[in-house]
Design a protein around this ligand. Structure first.
Ligand code: FES
Ligand code: FES
Length: 159
């Protein structure tokens, strides 16, 4: 067996004390060790954004960082976004605006979209397009994704 390192990490509000191999990415840790498969693996090389999660509130491509680098950090995945049975406003907006087709890119799009607004980078559709450009959608749902984000930004969704 390969060497494992202890890791304390909070995921979706729950503290996890685990052992992980030093080479395991945050993405594989979430999907394979915690069975949180909502976060998708598209390219595994930082090119598509399907693996986007929040680390201490900031969006990161989880395929590009190692789990062991997140000692003591707070991770939020798509599974942690809803409030119980109540969807997050961004999830509601993606449904309302048909912001997905196959849905593979959607968890990453939604995590990125929430961060995009929190960063203050959703002040126009052009700005949204620019700051969402790291999230690729092979189905070409971009116009609807941008509409959904603009709707949340402008308060069109109930909070
Ligand atoms: Fe991480 Fe594509 S899977 S950016
Ligand atoms: Fe299919 Fe975006 S909805 S890749």
């Amino acid at each position: 067996a390969l060497e494992q390192l202890p890791l304390s990490i909070e995921v979706n509000g729950k503290m996890q004390q685990v052992n992980v191999e030093p080479r395991v990415t945050l993405l594989d840790f979430l999907r394979e060790q915690l069975q949180l498969t909502g976060t998708k693996k598209g390219c595994d090389h930082g090119q598509c954004g399907a693996c986007t999660v929040h680390v201490d509130g900031k969006r990161v491509n989880s395929c590009l960082s190692l789990a062991v680098m997140h000692q003591g950090k707070k991770i939020t995945t798509i599974e942690g976004l809803a409030n119980g049975d109540e969807l997050h406003p961004m999830q509601e907006a993606f449904i309302k605006h048909d912001g997905f087709q196959c849905g593979y890119c959607t968890p990453g799009q939604i995590m990125s979209a929430v961060a995009c607004i929190n960063e203050g980078h959703a002040n126009s559709k052009d700005e949204i397009r620019e700051f969402m450009s790291g999230n690729i959608c092979r189905c070409g749902a971009y116009p609807n994704i941008v509409d959904a984000i603009a709707d949340v930004k402008n308060g069109g969704q109930k909070a």
